[in-house]
Write a protein that binds this ligand. Structure first.
Ligand SMILES: [Zn+2]
Length: 135
C-alpha cells in the first residue's frame, strides 16, 4: 500500500457512492447489502473481521436519525395529532431503509480510515527506515 492516507471527507464520500474507500473505484456491495470480500480494482480486503462496522453503524445512525428525533422532542415539535408528524415519520423511516447501503459504505470508509491511521494496514506499506545503531 503506497500513497498518503485519504482524508476522512474523501473516504466518507466514497462510502456514500458505495465505492472502495482506498481507490474510490471498486464497488463495495454485490447486492443490496451483501458486501464483496475484496476490492475488484485495488484488492483491498474490506473487512478482515466481520462485525467491525457495528460501532460505526450505531454512531452514524444515532447522528443521522436519533439525535434529530431527540431535538424534535426537546423543542416540543413532537405533536402526534398533527398530520405532519406522520409524514415526517414515514419520510424518516423510508430514509432509514433506503440509505442503509450508503450509510454502511460510510461506516466502511470510517473503518478503513481508522485502520490506516492506527497502522493496521501497515503490513502492506513500505518498511520504516531505522535510525538506531546497527547491531
Ligand atoms: Zn479499491
Amino acid at each position: 500500500m503506497t500513497g498518503s492516507i485519504p482524508s476522512l471527507r474523501t473516504v466518507l464520500w466514497r462510502g456514500v457512492r458505495r465505492r472502495c474507500p482506498q481507490c474510490g473505484q471498486g464497488p463495495v456491495f454485490r447486492h443490496w447489502l451483501a458486501m464483496h470480500d475484496h476490492c475488484a480494482v485495488c484488492n483491498l480486503h474490506y473487512l478482515p473481521d466481520q462485525g467491525d462496522l457495528w460501532a460505526y453503524v450505531v454512531a452514524v445512525d444515532r447522528a443521522l436519525f436519533i439525535l434529530p428525533l431527540i431535538a424534535m422532542i426537546f423543542f416540543r415539535l413532537y405533536n402526534p395529532h398533527s398530520v405532519w408528524f406522520y409524514i415526517f415519520s414515514i419520510v424518516l423511516l423510508l430514509a432509514f431503509v433506503f440509505t442503509m447501503p450508503r450509510r454502511n459504505g460510510m461506516c466502511l470508509g470510517i473503518d478503513y480510515w481508522m485502520r490506516r491511521k492506527w497502522g493496521d494496514l501497515a503490513k502492506d506499506a513500505p518498511p520504516p527506515t531505522t535510525t538506531g545503531p546497527k547491531g
